[in-house]
Design a protein. Structure first.
Lengths: 114, 112
């Protein structure tokens, strides 16, 4: 059974710092892995999607990597800004079950202080 | 550019009442799904559909029904609301298999 873990649960950094959010998964047979951002009281906004055949994806100041052999994905945020404050969720889609069910981690709540 | 639209945004029900949470997408996506989000439990799949006329159960389907009569709409029905169904409900859709899932803004449901 696929399990997804995000550590730490919360992170506070000063503005301008580069930071890495971690996501671990137990079953390497993933189809892809998706990173989301969730603002308080809001829905999930898709940030990056990495296919199982890819090693990384980039969008602006965000870079996501995937290492299936070690069961890890990281989200790198460069030059953090207060507007980056939100909860970041990773979700693994396993290759073989339930039509594309996403298994979510519990999220990392990021606070960027001015 | 509506994407995935959920209605209502907020709802309060009494135990035993029934209601339907609406979800519509305008991206012609075949795959649609419903998740609930609870503190400490994360997001869990309730039901999903891979196309019109096809639905299946997810991880936590008890107490919920779905139907998919059109590609655009995927309503979630609570048959007899219970306090344990107090949650935030998200609808999601996806196009082709390798594409990302898109989520609606959620429905915040309280059962008294």
């Amino acid at each position: 059974k696929q399990e997804v873990t995000q550590i730490p649960a919360a992170l506070s950094v000063p503005e301008g710092e580069n930071l890495v959010l971690n996501c671990s998964f137990t079953d390497s047979a993933i189809y892809n892995l998706q990173w989301f951002r969730q603002d308080p009281g809001k829905g999930l906004t898709s940030l990056l999607l990495i296919q199982s055949s890819q090693r990384e994806q980039t969008s602006g100041r965000l870079n996501a990597s995937l290492d299936k052999s070690s069961g890890r994905s990281t989200l790198y945020i460069a030059a953090s800004q207060p507007g980056d404050s939100a909860t970041y969720l990773c979700a693994a889609r396993t290759a073989y079950n339930q039509g594309g069910k996403l298994i979510f981690g519990q999220g990392t709540e990021l606070s960027v202080k001015p | 550019n509506a994407g995935v639209t959920q209605t209502p945004k907020f709802q309060v029900l009494k135990t035993g009442q029934s209601m339907t949470l609406q979800c519509a997408q305008d991206m012609n996506h075949e795959y649609m799904s419903w998740y609930r989000q609870d503190p400490g439990m994360g997001l869990r799949l309730i039901h999903y559909s891979v196309g019109a006329g096809i639905t299946d159960q997810g991880e936590v389907p008890n107490g919920y029904n779905v139907s998919r009569s059109t590609t655009e709409d995927f309503p979630l029905r609570l048959l007899s609301a219970a306090p344990s169904q107090t949650s935030v409900y998200f609808c999601a859709s996806r196009g082709q298999s390798h594409q990302p899932q898109h989520f609606g803004d959620g429905t915040r449901l309280s059962i008294l």
